[in-house]
Design a protein around this ligand. Structure first.
Ligand code: SF4
Ligand code: SF4
Length: 205
């Protein structure tokens, strides 16, 4: 994981509309993992890990053979460039971000999230595993066709940076540049774009 998060949210303060519902630390982790499973994230992670890009690398909570021994809200909420790109293209990014903004105590590779707290927004259950699979296939083909070591990791970081810029830059012209950069970087994702096009056209009919 390459990102730390602050614990400045106050889910105990009533919002302008809607009602807070009780939830638990374990439940939001489960909901987050279900959501990620619903987009087929393990297909994407598989290619990334095969290419040396695991975000768990060097973490003291990583146990050989069994994986993470300290599943927490922070790592569940965190998105790398590939996963963030997927949510950006499928229109799910805001939903994900808004959900995790409500969760207190996010940090780096651990959390200080209380066992019980309240939230207003819930997460949907996307049925987009096929799209995650297509993106993973594109990444695998790219990794095989590019001899340069670290190509996949570098691509992930560049996409991440452009998505950062898109959220930070406020003027329309700057945002257009960030969008264009994302478009250029993701141009080789042919299978993903084709499947995405079908998915979008199915949605609009
Ligand atoms: S960096 Fe992203 S794609 Fe790679 S293992 Fe982590 S979450 Fe998965
Ligand atoms: S805490 Fe778990 S999920 Fe987070 S980086 Fe470490 S091993 Fe990975």
């Amino acid at each position: 994981m390459s990102e730390s998060r602050s614990a400045t949210n106050r889910p105990d303060m009533p919002g302008p509309s809607g009602k807070y519902k009780p939830t638990t630390r374990l439940l939001v982790i489960e909901q987050g993992l279900d959501f990620l499973s619903g987009i087929g994230s393990e297909h994407i992670c598989g290619v990334c890990i095969d290419n040396g890009g695991s975000c768990c690398k060097g973490c003291r909570n990583l146990t050989a053979g069994t994986g993470c021994s300290l599943r927490n809200t922070s790592c569940t909420a965190w998105l790398c460039g590939f996963l963030r790109y997927f949510l950006y293209e499928t229109g799910l990014l805001k939903e994900w971000e808004n959900f995790w903004k409500q969760v207190p105590g996010l940090d780096y590779r651990e959390d200080f999230t209380p066992d019980h707290f309240t939230v207003r927004k819930t997460l949907s259950n996307p049925n987009l595993r096929f799209l995650g699979f297509e993106l993973a296939e594109d990444l695998r083909a790219l990794a095989e066709s590019k001899s340069k070591q670290g190509y996949i990791i570098n691509l992930r970081e560049q996409i991440d940076r452009s998505l950062d810029e898109l959220s930070i830059w406020k003027t329309a012209s700057k945002q257009a540049i960030a969008r264009k950069n994302i478009q250029v970087l993701s141009k080789p994702f042919r299978r993903f774009h084709q499947a995405l096009e079908h998915y979008r056209s199915d949605l609009s009919t």
